[in-house]
Unconditional design. Sequence first.
Length: 398
Amino acid sequence: MTTNDMIPFLDLATPHLEIEKEMVSLFKDALRSSRFIGGPTVEGFEKDFAAFCGADHCVGVGSGTDALRFALIAAGVKAGDTVVTVANTFIATTEAISQAGAVPAFVDVDERTCNMDAEKLREFLETGCDPGKKGGLVSKKTKSSVTAVVPVHLYGQMADMDPIEELAEKYGLVVIEDACQAHGAKYFSRRANRWMTAGSMGAAAAFSFYPGKNLGACGEAGAVTTGNPELAAKIRMLRDHGQSQKYYHEIEGYNGRLDAIQAGFLQLKLRKLSGWNELRRQNASRYGALLGGVDRLVLPYEPQWSKGVYHLYVVRTEMREGLQDYLSGKGISTGLHYPVPLHLQNAYSGVLGYRKGDLPVSERLAAEILSLPMYPSLSDAQMEKVAGSIRDFFKGRD
């Protein structure tokens, strides 16, 4: 098998080749100006990305983890608070919660969308919590005040935000979107009667620009979007050692700034993002046509209220390991997002008080999910080979 026969899980080279001249020119300009941190390039990207998301403000930071941590702190989450999220996500979601001084509490996900199940959130708030002495709710498990909810827009599809936000309003909780995989994803809000973009619905939203994202930097980068100017101002201080101006520290902060070269690269790529996202949607539709009807294989589900951007194309099968090995033998790379739900990770063993069986849907998904190759430059021939290999694997296995 030659290298040309291989189908990579991710193609990071092709998008950069499309804009290589512009990227090289930007880099040379940065060398000449020596404006490496902050400045007009960062501000320009922040303005453009805020507009892209339909948000009033954007604050560039060093990573998606920084973005979520700073958003939680700026929104008023305090040490010891409980923040509700899901276990079917990357650990950065809960790292940000813990590093903000809070404690994560998990609710299960919807089996079709793989995102937070609003009914499970309701159940947690109504039966898993007691009224606090000073108002609000106190988690029976953590014995602390529940102050925030972090729905994760996993795989490039938004969580069902309307019922989540309704519950948050009822119980006085802050909603922070984890939009790290959802750059440009859309949600039809029945409450607002219009389509809304990831990053424009919660009190704030966190984005990652890790290289493999739909909008990826050439290194680490992230951003927070928000409609709250005071929250944005606090995040600007948090990312820069708590400074309101140079050497004047209003609060103790962090070193979490977005550097100018990465901001410039992101601004160039942002102009291409809508087109790249549309190609991902077309590829997802093509996969659906090629794989429809394959027994024992569950395809991604996109509700009518969602327009996903397919950061990942994730299928499900009880024969996951065998299928992954078979595809590998055919030169097709795949991924697992994610093989162990967070409540069962060694990092949290004995710390959060969860056991196997506590989140049955998340646990079942973790054993069955398989991410197929997905990127804008994925060709019809490559998708036909992937689908054909999957069909071959399942022949005679019914």
